[in-house]
Every structure is written in structure tokens, then in C-alpha cells.
Design a protein around this ligand. Structure first.
Ligand code: PEP
Ligand code: MG
Length: 552
């Protein structure tokens, strides 16, 4: 039995056999064939046929976009023009490996030169090339393993294209050597509700077929566990499954309610959120509806989308955020091109204000859609950094008949003057993702500074406290809707700092509900005080953990 440790994502536990993601094969080198052209041609044909068969089988097992991508890759692999280009190189003396590599590279460059949709397919061709070459070498195909039985996926890290193929029914858990708690893999795992332990380092003891326990709550991976450990982990996994089926409101051990809301980007996600026990929507990211659009969405188009969302949450609170364009989410009809530093540019409310007609249309669409619905509609503005901006937005929203007009607190300035902001805004919702980015001056898109992107940092917690104190003094609701609310222990601290509601990826609701149910409000406040007094993020987490462990 070997125990590995890393960063756990969520509180999940899973037991199952390892399926390793094949490491990428080295590129072939240009060398003369020792086998002769006929034999090389036959090898190439056989490897292409095997790759086409594999891709077609994967496409049949997948759904939606993933299936389309795999079908398109199979078609690329069997394109006769490609076979001719491979044969021509083999006839000139190349090995099948080199001929495939060089011919596909040439096709890829042509596609990339065309640009647009075809240009984007260039990466898919690289994957086809790697698959055919792996087959020629008798090695496993790169990418997700194909298994009939559920498995624990062990990988160095996950590429974005692989994430499209992840199947929740087959992937019991994830273990990665690289990545950090805010990496793409971690966010994805949390969103999909898959237990994960990342940043494990050396995963060589996780060999194919070996049984492992993935214990995200402990940040541990147990390789070849004994029967006692296995039984205990299976019991905990069962317990969690039962709990995931359990719904009910968020409430502390002393009966104090903390409504648990969902972060959504599309009305299509609503049924799953409701199934997982979301008590409403705490952040509806409207810009996600229009990311591909070149023109501002019409009023009627928006009314239809909002009505669909409101139908799913009749009788509940729904907090809609007006378009948050800019930086990582550019919308051509709102975003200024060519800004040197778009995260500090005209984004969020600043962009909307520069195109006020778009903001007015959106507020009108929200008012119309809510008029014939039963939701309690709250509307908020992103990236507010001054009290004047808060006053501007609240006045405009009220003018359109929106009763609850709030602001997101994502910039340190607005956290520091939350008392003044809340003179104008009806509520505040703290966006810890951007608040952390701006407080620590660490781009949330950049892996090299990911370790600074930690909402446990006491500087971030102090700003959250400012907002909590201001909210209580003004009698205004304060919610948290950044990723931080999905971390069960941090959720306790956020409540202790004054958050009235928490909004998160729906898959996190079960774990957060459990963590909150174990502490009283006084204990949550004690955990917050302990975290605030720490020197850095790790110490803050350890201090909160110690208080919570001693509670109850
Ligand atoms: C945030 O910044 O925390 C937030 C919730 O908004 P987004 O992640 O969409 O920027
Ligand atoms: Mg934000």
C-alpha cells in the first residue's frame, strides 16, 4: 500500500481501477526506411485503418460536440489526398512514421493558413498524426483511455480537448501529477462533480489496472489499499452518494439559514441545478449566452432566454448579472479592441456604460421576462469600482422597473468603500475570482502566477470582511458568487465574515451544505477570525480547519 498526497478538489472519495492517460509519443525523425516502400505503405494503411476504427468507436460512444469532433477526425484520417501524400513520401524512401508526420504537418499548415473555422481544425490534425504514429509503434493511442468499466483517470495533466470527452459515468475520479487547485483540471473536476487530487507529483506507482482510493477530502491517493481501507472508502463513497441525492436548504448547526444558490451560464443548466438542491440562482452570467455573437442581442431574443431560466426557478430568487464583457470574455459589440491590458480596461459596467443602449435593452428584456414570471428578480452590475458607478446602475435599473439593483464587489476599491456603495445599491455580491486577481495583482488566466490566485489569502478575506460589515450596518444582503464559495471550508469562513448567501457551481452544493450544517454561526465567526489573523493563505486555511475540527 502506498499513500500519495496532493491538493484535493471537493470532498469526494472514490475507489476503482487505474486507467492511465498515455503520455505523448516523441515525434519521429526523418530517416531512410529499412523495410522498403511496399512494406511501409502497408504499415501506414493498417495504422490509418486502426486509427479510423478507434476514432469512429469513440465518436459512437460520445455525444454532442465531442462526437462531432471525433467523427471529423476520423474523416480527416481517411482522406484519400492525405494517403496519396503519405505514399509519395514513402516512395521517396521515408519510413511510414516520418511520411505520416510530414504529410499531416503540411496539411496542417495549409489549414492554419486558411484561418477561421478550418484553421481551428489544425489542432485536430495534430492529434490524428499522433494517433497514427502511436499505432505504427504499437503504443496506446494518446488521450482518454477507452474502457467498458468505470475507472480512475491518472494523467500528467488534462488537455482542453480531453476534457470534452470526459464521461461522468465512466470517470470515477481524477489524479494528476501537475496542475494546481485553481488549474483548468481542478475547475473542471469541481464543475463535473468528479473527486480529484491534483499536483501529486510522482504518479508512477498508479499503474494500469491497480486499485486506488482517491480521497479528495484528505488530498490523498492510496495505491493498492488493504481490505480495511477499501471498505472504509467504499462506505464513505456510498454515504456521499446518498448525501448528493439529499436536498434541502443550506442551514448552520444552530438553524441559521444560508441559502445555497447556483452559478449558471445557460438556462439549459437549470434542471441539473434544481436537482442538486439549488435554492435559486445567485449568478446568471448573461454574457455566456452571447459569447459567439457579433451583434448585440435583440430584446426579444433575450426575453426568450430569460423566460426559459425564470420558468425553471418559479417562486425562487434569481440574480442576473448584466453583460460582463472584456478581458477573458470579449464581446465584439461591447469590447474595445487593442487594449494593452484589458483586465484593467473598459470592461464590465464600464463597457456597458459606453454603450448605454445595450444596457437599457438588457434591463428592459429582464423586466419584461420577469413581469409574467414568478421569480424574485435581482439584477447586478459587474466590475463596479466607485460609488458613482453604483448610483448610476441602480438608478438606471430602477428606472426600468427592476426592484432589486445590486453590484458585484470584484475590485478592491469597491470592497474598501462598500459602506458608500451600499448607500446606492440594494445588495452586493462578492466575486472572489476577480477580487483575488486584483488584490494579489495576479492574472487569473496565467498559470505562472496561479499560486497567488488564492482566495484564502488574508488580504482577500479582509476585503470580504469589509463588505460583510458594511452589509450588516446598512441592512443590505451580501452574497458571495466566486469559486471561493464552492470550497466547503472557505464557505464556512465566508459566512463567518458576513456572507448571507453563497452561490456556486451546482455540483459543489452538497459538500458546502454538509460543511455548513456542522458549525454554528459563532463557530463560523471564530473560524473567520482565525483565518484573518493568519499570515498567508495556507496558514489561514489551517487556522480555519483547526477551529472547525474543534467545533460541534
Ligand atoms: C468573479 O469574478 O468572482 C465572478 C463571479 O465573476 P466571473 O468569474 O464571471 O468573472
Ligand atoms: Mg468577475
Amino acid at each position: 500500500m502506498t499513500r500519495l498526497s496532493g491538493s484535493g478538489i471537493g470532498l469526494g472519495v472514490a475507489v476503482g481501477p487505474v486507467a492511465r492517460m498515455a503520455e505523448p509519443e516523441p515525434d519521429p525523425v526523418d530517416e531512410d526506411s529499412a523495410l522498403g516502400a511496399d512494406a511501409e505503405r502497408a504499415r501506414a494503411r493498417e495504422a490509418i485503418a486502426a486509427t479510423v476504427g478507434d476514432l469512429t468507436a469513440r465518436a459512437a460512444a460520445a455525444e454532442g460536440t465531442a462526437a462531432e469532433v471525433l467523427e471529423a477526425q476520423a474523416m480527416m484520417a481517411e482522406d484519400p489526398t492525405l494517403s496519396e501524400a503519405i505514399d509519395a513520401r514513402i516512395d521517396a524512401g521515408a519510413t511510414a512514421e516520418w511520411a505520416v508526420h510530414a504529410a499531416i504537418a503540411e496539411f496542417r499548415e495549409q489549414l492554419a493558413g486558411i484561418g477561421g473555422y478550418l484553421g481551428e481544425r489544425a489542432a485536430d490534425l495534430t492529434d490524428v498524426s499522433r494517433r497514427v504514429i502511436a499505432s505504427l509503434r504499437g503504443r496506446p493511442a494518446p488521450g482518454l483511455p477507452v474502457r467498458d468499466e468505470p475507472y480512475v483517470l491518472v494523467a500528467r495533466d488534462l488537455a482542453p480537448a480531453d476534457t470534452a470527452g470526459l464521461d461522468r459515468a465512466t470517470v470515477l475520479a481524477l489524479v494528476t501529477a501537475d496542475g494546481g487547485p485553481t488549474s483548468h483540471t481542478a475547475i473542471l473536476a469541481r464543475e463535473m462533480g468528479i473527486p480529484a487530487v491534483v499536483a501529486v507529483g510522482d504518479v508512477s506507482s498508479c499503474v494500469d489496472g491497480e486499485t486506488v482510493i482517491v480521497d479528495a477530502a484528505q488530498g490523498a491517493v492510496v495505491v493498492a489499499p488493504g481490505p480495511k481501507e477499501r471498505e472504509e472508502a467504499e462506505r464513505r463513497a456510498d454515504e456521499r452518494r446518498t448525501r448528493a441525492g439529499a436536498t434541502g436548504p443550506g442551514v448552520l448547526a444552530d438553524g441559521h439559514p444560508v441559502p445555497l444558490l447556483a452559478n449558471l451560464g445557460s438556462p439549459a443548466e437549470a434542471p441539473e441545478a434544481a436537482r442538486l438542491g439549488a435554492e435559486g440562482v445567485g449568478l446568471f452570467r448573461t454574457e455566456f449566452l452571447f459569447l459567439g455573437a457579433r451583434h448585440a442581442p435583440t430584446r426579444d431574443h433575450q426575453v426568450a432566454a430569460y423566460r426559459e431560466l425564470f420558468r425553471a426557478f418559479a417562486g425562487k430568487k434569481v440574480v442576473v448579472r448584466v453583460l460582463d464583457a472584456g478581458a477573458d470574455k470579449p464581446l465584439p459589440f461591447l469590447t474595445d479592441g487593442g487594449e494593452e491590458n484589458p483586465a484593467l480596461g473598459r470592461r464590465g459596467l464600464r463597457a456597458l456604460r459606453a454603450h448605454e443602449e445595450i444596457l437599457r435593452t438588457q434591463l428592459e428584456a429582464l423586466a419584461v421576462a420577469s413581469a409574467d414570471s414568478e421569480v424574485e428578480l435581482w439584477v447586478m452590475a459587474p466590475m463596479v469600482s466607485t460609488a458613482e458607478e453604483a448610483a448610476y446602475f441602480a438608478a438606471l435599473a430602477h428606472e426600468h422597473g427592476i426592484r432589486a439593483a445590486g453590484v458585484m464587489i470584484e475590485v478592491p476599491s469597491s470592497a474598501l468603500i462598500a459602506d458608500r456603495i451600499l448607500r446606492h445599491a440594494d445588495f452586493a455580491s462578492i466575486g472572489t475570482n476577480d477580487l483575488t486577481q486584483y488584490t494579489l495583482a495576479a492574472d487569473r488566466q496565467l498559470g505562472t502566477v496561479a499560486s497567488l490566485q488564492d482566495p484564502w489569502h488574508p488580504a482577500v478575506l479582509r476585503l470580504v470582511r469589509e463588505v460583510g460589515v458594511a452589509g450588516r450596518a446598512a441592512g443590505r444582503a451580501v452574497g458571495v458568487c466566486g469559486e471561493a464559495a464552492a470550497d466547503p471550508l472557505l464557505a464556512v469562513v465566508l459566512v463567518g465574515l458576513g456572507a448571507d448567501t453563497l452561490s456556486m457551481a451546482p455540483s459543489a452544493i452538497g459538500d458546502v451544505r454538509l460543511a455548513l450544517s456542522r458549525v454554528t454561526r459563532t463557530e463560523a465567526e471564530r473560524a473567520a477570525v482565525a483565518a484573518l489573523a493568519a499570515e498567508d493563505a495556507a496558514a489561514a486555511k489551517a487556522a480555519a480547519q483547526a477551529v472547525v475540527a474543534a467545533s460541534g
